[in-house]
Design a protein around this ligand. Structure first.
Ligand code: ADP
Length: 588
């Protein structure tokens, strides 16, 4: 109920009946008198409104321009400021701040209502005050709002409503949220640093340096387990300037860290009082000598394997707050991942280096083998030619025939050695790329194959637009690819059929093609054609020369150019088309 120092009904002052509300609510009279009936309705509405205001959690006052309380709602009892009746007529400031260290926010707040328009006249009616503060006397965070009471047709305003709201809970939540946010952004910052650091040592050092700004501790270190040994490497150490027990780079036996209880590095544990330990590890002993009171151990575990440990030590009591432990636990997780990743990267880099060395050795060996094979072969070829020319006397027809077989097989061996060498050594880095006119290049290829095609009575054609763009590629290697494809096409083409060398541009690529109307390839064999030493019909006379290396070499050359090679055929006897797709503007 909002109590009033005056009774509105009694003070209407309009010369009409002066009746108390209680008597008006009783009996017949009210029913007979329309005025009283109206008063009754007003009174009921007023009671309803007062009940509503009483139920509000906010403390509500109506004060005059001297800050005296004219009305208050029942919430005042919940706030422990006495009963509603007790506070009538009291000064609001005196009620809330019986003992007050001036100047206080409340006085300033209330003084806002007393400002006038400057002529000593009316108060400024537009004053609306709002303040949020911690009130030391009320011992809670409050929000105080005040606004003038406007009466219809009444310009002189000298009453104000003051609403006091306890916002302690909201403030607590806000502060908790703020703390949480602060923690999260600090953890985030640490994670960022960890992720950008390269070596395990850098990662460990950055973690400890960042942790120092989040958690109070005297000494901290990060240890890395040395696989297959019962030893630990000290990755990083920080201290507060008053000494440390370890130095980065030190390697220590695991037993140096194993003390009393089951304090194993595999588990999280906290030693609350180092001085209370009956058995202590060498490190604990050294810590004790440096006045360290307690420490925590966070295992760094990847999957099921312990990769290291993070230890923080302090000389203050109580040791570490649960909030701090939660932060370190979270950071230890990121640290584990980062260290593990950097170890993997290191291994990968080492492996890569070894691989590069092996590749270089292989290349060298291939060069040597190729040279060693060619040299005696060149001698055989040379002497064969001399014999054929009759330098060592005239030869019978049979001898000539034998020398021809020797010569042809010598050529085939040369051919094979050359292909094998290229196949083994070709890769991105061995290409010698230039930019050339693709159409002119294809025209040249077509021209050089015309003689062989005519000899085989095969019609060779070039189907490519002269305005083909320039291509950046290793021209020799591309020539080798087309050589293999055209060689096969002619090899498997019957007399009178056609072979077409084609080129089309598609997006930023060119697709070269060699189509024939020959033997064709069964669809189930298409995918394996490009495997090394694969021949659809092994042992056939046609297949013998290349030994299944030609298409494998085409594939290696195309892929070294970041391109793709494939074949299409409707099956045996239906001819085949081989495609080579190359980027027009490759990354060099
Ligand atoms: P080789 O060097 O022995 O010719 P390739 O790698 O060039 O080997 O070809 C592999 C196999 O693919 C050949 O043995 C042949 O069976 C098949 N082949 C290649 N080109 C054609 C073609 N144009 N038509 C039919 N079969 C082909």
């Amino acid at each position: 109920m909002i109590y009033s120092t005056t009774d509105n009904l009694a003070n209407r002052g309009n010369g009409e009946k002066r009746l108390s509300v209680s008597s008006a609510l009783d009996g017949q009279l009210m029913m007979e008198d329309p005025l009283l009936e109206s008063f009754g309705k007003v009174e009921r509405a007023k009671q309803e409104w007062e009940a509503t205001v009483d139920a509000l959690p906010e403390l509500i006052f109506v004060v005059d321009d001297h800050g005296r309380i004219i009305r208050a709602n029942r919430t005042i009892e919940d706030w422990g400021m006495g009963s509603v009746k007790d506070v009538m007529g009291l000064n609001l400031h005196a009620l809330i701040h019986p003992v007050c260290a001036k100047p206080c926010y409340l006085e300033r707040f209330l003084s806002l209502f007393q400002q006038t328009d400057g002529d000593g006249g009316n108060a400024i009616t537009a004053n609306v005050a709002n303040v949020e503060t911690y009130d030391t006397l009320l011992q809670r965070d409050i929000q105080m709002r005040g606004r003038p009471v406007h009466f219809k047709n009444d310009t002189a305003v000298n009453h104000w409503v003051v609403i006091l709201h306890d916002i302690s809970e909201r403030k607590r939540m806000e502060q908790a949220l703020q703390r949480q946010n602060g923690r999260l952004s600090a953890i985030n910052a640490i994670n960022q640093t960890i992720l950008t650091a390269r070596s395990p040592e850098e990662i460990a050092q950055a973690t400890l340096a960042n942790l120092q700004s989040l958690i109070p501790f005297q000494q901290a270190h990060i240890l890395l387990r040395i696989p297959q040994k019962r030893e630990l490497l000290v990755l990083a150490v920080v201290d507060d300037g008053n000494g440390r027990v370890l130095e980065p780079g030190q390697v220590l036996p695991r037993t140096d860290f194993t003390g009393q209880n089951d304090n194993s590095l595999e588990h999280f544990f906290m030693v609350q009082r180092l001085s209370a330990l009956t058995v202590s590890s060498p490190i604990e002993e050294r810590w004790r000598q440096q006045n360290i009171q307690s420490y925590i151990n966070f295992p760094l575990i990847m999957g099921v394997n312990l990769i290291g440990s993070l230890q923080l030590a302090t000389n203050s009591q109580p040791a570490f707050a649960p909030g701090h432990i939660a932060i370190v636990r979270e950071i230890a997780q990121s640290l584990t991942i980062a260290i593990n990743q950097s170890q993997l990267t290191r291994k990968l880099e080492q492996g890569n280096q070894e691989l590069q060395e092996l590749l270089r050795a292989k290349h060298e060996m291939m060069q040597n083998v190729s040279h060693d094979l060619r040299s005696p072969l060149a001698l055989i070829k040379g002497y064969t030619e001399l014999l054929q020319e009759g330098l060592f006397g005239s030869l019978t027809d049979e001898q000539q025939e034998a020398l021809t077989v020797l010569d042809i097989n010598g050529d085939q061996l040369f051919f094979l050695i050359d292909r094998l060498f290229k196949l083994q050594t070709i890769d991105k880095h061995t290409l010698e790329k230039t930019t050339f006119n693709l159409y002119a290049f294809l025209k040249q290829v077509e021209k050089s194959w015309q003689v062989l095609a005519t000899n085989k009575s095969v019609h060779l054609d070039l189907d490519a637009p002269p305005e083909l763009p320039e291509l950046t590629a290793d021209a020799n290697m591309l020539n080798q690819t087309l050589f293999n494809l055209l060689d096969n096409a002619l090899k498997y083409s019957p007399q009178g059929s056609a072979v077409t060398l084609g080129a089309v541009v598609e997006d930023d690529c060119v697709i070269l093609s060699v189509a024939d109307e020959g033997a064709g390839i069964p669809p189930d064999k298409l995918a394996r054609l490009f495997d090394r030493f694969y021949q659809v019909e092994k042992g056939s006379v046609q297949a013998q020369k290349g030994a299944g290396i030609g298409l494998a070499l085409c594939k290696a050359i195309t892929e070294a150019h970041d391109g793709r090679i494939w074949a299409e055929s409707a099956g045996a006897g239906a001819g085949s088309v081989f495609f080579v797709k190359l980027p027009l503007n490759p990354i060099i």
